[in-house]
Design a protein around this ligand. Structure first.
Ligand code: G1P
Length: 305
């Protein structure tokens, strides 16, 4: 009988790289970091944070830059606002404001002094992570699922296998240039061992159409490899390049998670996510459906003219 793989440690810490400039969403991102753009009434960062907490994380490390006070302010206590809501007897809203983070979960802020790339941002979290497996979540990638969140699925797979685990999904070949792309051994169920990984390849030379989505469970060995990683695609220190080195030493699994991913780093992705969350919303759903139907109807009439 085959030996059971060594079980890994459960992840407890999650890194959120939030130091990007968000230029695609200018002028909004002149003052509002893109991670604070809302889907209905919650900022993107809140969805990623909730997913990490659901997966078992109790230490959240935000890698920010010196202009991004809004993210830190959001997770800080809002004394004046809480007092006002309390005095006004607005208990429901007070709970919302107070429970941005649940009891027992702590937020740590680390500054990335220079925008040297995603790999560099993750490396900035090293002093807080230390020597244990950890998660990285890119809040731009919003993943919706009725069942367990994507990171929980991956954390379970990582714990069971002792391997690093990277979220992946199939994309049209024409889009490989926007993603990290992996080559893998055959899949067993949702996971397959990664044999190669390349950042943003041309569609003609991409090793497959299986793209990396912004959720990673990584071995702490990645930090030494990041230290040794030279600037790659776009002149940036790429997480993908360090993972390429990691998979030569340790198993790294591609994981086809269950759920729908919205690329909220693009205008259309943010619109799509808003529509889907509105349609699934317990209060807004009916109104949203009717509004969309009548909007489509009216536009149809206009188109025929
Ligand atoms: C980053 C990663 C890329 C990954 C993508 C997922 O790219 O470098 O490998 O596929 O996130 O969203 P970015 O979108 O930051 O350019």
């Amino acid at each position: 009988m085959a030996e059971a793989p060594p079980a890994g440690r459960r992840i407890r810490k999650a890194v959120f790289p939030v130091a990007g400039l968000g230029t695609r969403f200018l002028p909004a991102t002149k003052t509002v970091p893109k991670e604070m753009l809302p889907i209905i009434d919650r900022p993107l960062i809140q969805y990623a944070v909730d997913e990490a907490i659901e997966a078992g994380c109790d230490t959240l490390v935000f890698v920010t830059n010196r202009y991004k006070h809004a993210v830190a302010d959001y997770f800080d206590k809002a004394y004046e606002l809480e007092q006002k809501l309390e005095r006004a007897g607005k208990t429901e809203q007070l709970e919302l404001v107070r429970h941005v983070l649940p009891e027992g979960v702590r937020a740590v802020f680390v500054t990335q002094a220079e925008a040297l790339g995603l790999g560099h941002a993750v490396l900035c979290a090293r002093p807080v992570i230390g020597d244990e497996p950890f998660a990285v979540l890119l809040p731009d990638d919003l993943i919706w699922n009725r069942g367990p969140g994507a990171l929980k699925q991956m954390a379970d797979a990582a714990q069971a296998s002792g391997a690093s685990v990277i979220a992946t999904q199939d994309v049209p070949r024409a889009q490989t240039g926007s993603y990290g792309i992996v080559a893998t051994d055959d899949f067993r169920g949702r996971q397959g061992r990664i044999t190669a990984m390349v950042e943003k390849p041309d569609p003609a030379s991409a090793p497959s159409t299986l793209a990396v989505v912004g959720r990673y469970v990584l071995s702490p060995r990645i930090f030494d490899l990041l230290e040794a990683t030279a600037p790659g695609a776009g002149g940036e220190i790429q997480l993908t390049d360090a993972i390429s080195a990691l998979l030569r030493e340790q198993p790294v699994l591609a994981y086809r998670f269950q759920g729908t991913r919205f690329d909220c780093g693009t205008h259309i992705g943010l619109v799509e996510a808003t529509i889907r969350y509105a349609l699934d919303h317990e209060v807004l759903s009916d109104a949203a459906r009717q509004m969309m139907q009548s909007a489509l109807g009216e536009m149809g009439v206009v188109d025929q003219e």
